[in-house]
Design a protein around this ligand. Structure first.
Ligand SMILES: NC(=O)c1ccc[n+]([C@@H]2O[C@H](COP(=O)([O-])OP(=O)(O)OC[C@H]3O[C@@H](n4cnc5c(N)ncnc54)[C@H](OP(=O)(O)O)[C@@H]3O)[C@@H](O)[C@H]2O)c1
Length: 429
């Protein structure tokens, strides 16, 4: 084998272009570290006419991605197109041709990861995907390699920068949800249609990948319980702050009694928890392991540069392995572990209720909580008379019991409306 690894790059948008630039800027350093020269020899894009802020030799750019993958002069494929198709077919073709693949594609991995891992296993080549979760934060490799001997208990991540930015603005500036989203859009943190972020779809895909890697289980996007932040109000955030909590959108993966849980939802995090201090568009992942204890990784979860950094780390690894005729650490055989339904999880809960001004309000509400075995840890009243709001924090309760409580409380004459219900981190089993 020569001292050259020839890369076929699929996609040259935010991430692809940043990758081309850093490969050029850091060429000497990369060559030293990889022990081999890495050269992007073919680049596939959708629109050949688009202006690009990258220097590519004539003839490198094409709009025929299939031709790049099957080119005999391409040794390794980097996929940064995104979405399911044609990315899935292109990656499968590359793997079948025994070409290692690096991808940043969370949507694809969260839904078709099993198929892709199997194809890589069969071909005996690397399939690396560090950038697919939490952008520039090294997470997949630490989970797969540094923590390979660790029994992971739980991983909790702030893995969506847009929602963390929105919640930070609501917390620090008292902005409404709509104002904070508009600001995030103006800064380029949020898409024009922010649904994938604010409804938790993006975080759910990442939660599936985290659960898969942390617990060696096949978890897909559809297994992940998902709740976004659209119902979180500035009042909830202010009430949480008074109680000593910050509100964060969390992706949580855990394993209990052989069952894997994966969920995305807003949660109240105690202010002294490391995740509470993660502000703005930053991401962080908090890992709890039996032997290692607690650790947290913090950084930029998105953006061309940070994401390209993660892709590049994988690319160097894969190029080194290819040059050595070896293969990196594999994720091993994935098993089918039962998924823990959200109803069977337990948490503390924050519940806000708008009540009417009538005697016996508290007794009626407390009676319903008691009937479902949901015990109340604290209660606060905001305002007087009509428009008074009661804020409860429960002790640890089963999700199903809390849901039944809310259904029944909603029908009480003394309850005008149920405001928010948020899970509270800290009192888990
Ligand atoms: N951006 C981030 O912050 C970030 C963070 C983490 C992970 N990721 C992941 O990284 C991947 C790429 O994201 P991105 O932000 O770089 O996307 P992007 O800016 O939209 O770029 C996508 C690229 O793919 C090209 N493309 C689209 N369809 C194609 C096709 N059929 N054949 C060949 N090329 C095609 C586009 O071509 P044109 O340029 O001609 O349109 C463009 O160059 C996604 O999987 C994303 O989830 C991104």
């Amino acid at each position: 084998m020569t001292d050259l690894v020839r890369v076929g790059l699929l996609g040259c948008g935010n991430v692809g272009a940043a990758l081309v630039r850093v490969l050029d800027t850091n060429a000497d350093l990369i060559r030293r570290r990889a022990g081999v020269k890495i050269e992007v020899t073919r680049v596939a894009v959708h629109n050949l006419a688009k202006e690009r802020d990258v220097a590519l030799a004539p003839g490198v750019l094409t709009n025929d991605a299939d031709a790049v993958v099957s080119d005999h002069d391409v040794d390794l494929v980097v996929e940064v197109i995104g979405g399911v198709e044609p990315a899935r077919s292109l990656i499968l073709t590359a793997l079948k041709a025994h070409k290692p693949v690096v991808t940043a594609n969370k949507e694809l991995l969260a839904n078709f990861g099993g198929e892709l891992f199997e194809a890589a296993e069969t071909a005996g080549v690397d399939l690396l995907f560090e950038a697919s979760v939490a952008g520039g934060i090294p997470l997949m490799r630490p989970l797969r390699e540094s923590l390979a001997g660790e029994r992971i208990r739980r991983v909790m991540g702030i893995v969506n920068g847009t929602t963390n930015y929105v919640l930070t603005r609501m917390t620090e500036e008292g902005s409404t949800f709509a104002e904070a989203v508009a600001e995030a859009q103006a800064l380029g943190y949020a898409e024009r249609d922010p649904t994938a972020d604010v409804e938790g779809f993006d975080a759910a895909a990442k939660a599936a990948i985290i659960a898969t890697i942390a617990f060696g289980a096949r978890v897909v996007g559809g297994d992940v319980y998902r709740e976004g932040i659209t119902h979180v109000t500035a009042d909830d955030i202010a009430a949480a702050a008074e109680l000593g909590y910050g509100v964060k959108l969390l992706a949580v993966a855990d394993e209990r009694d052989g069952r894997v849980g994966a969920r995305v939802h807003p949660a109240m995090v105690p202010v002294d928890h490391p995740l509470a201090s993660v502000r703005g568009s930053y991401n962080a992942v908090f890992i709890e392991g039996e032997t290692v204890g607690q650790l947290m990784l913090l950084g930029r979860g998105a953006g061309g540069g940070p994401t390209a950094s993660a892709v590049l780390g994988d690319l160097i690894d894969a190029a080194k392995n290819l040059h050595a005729g070896a293969r990196g650490a594999t994720i091993g055989a994935l098993t089918r572990k039962p998924i823990q339904p959200i109803d069977e999880t337990a948490s503390q809960f924050y519940v806000s209720l708008d009540v009417v001004d009538r005697p016996g309000v508290l007794a009626a509400i407390a009676g319903v909580f008691g009937k479902h075995n949901v015990s109340i840890q604290s209660m606060q009243q905001k305002g007087q008379g009509e428009g008074a709001r009661l804020i409860f924090v429960t002790h640890l309760a089963r999700e199903a019991a809390l849901t039944a409580t809310i259904h029944e409380v909603r029908d009480l004459d003394v309850v005008a409306s149920v405001g928010s219900v948020l899970r509270v981190i800290g009192g888990e089993e």
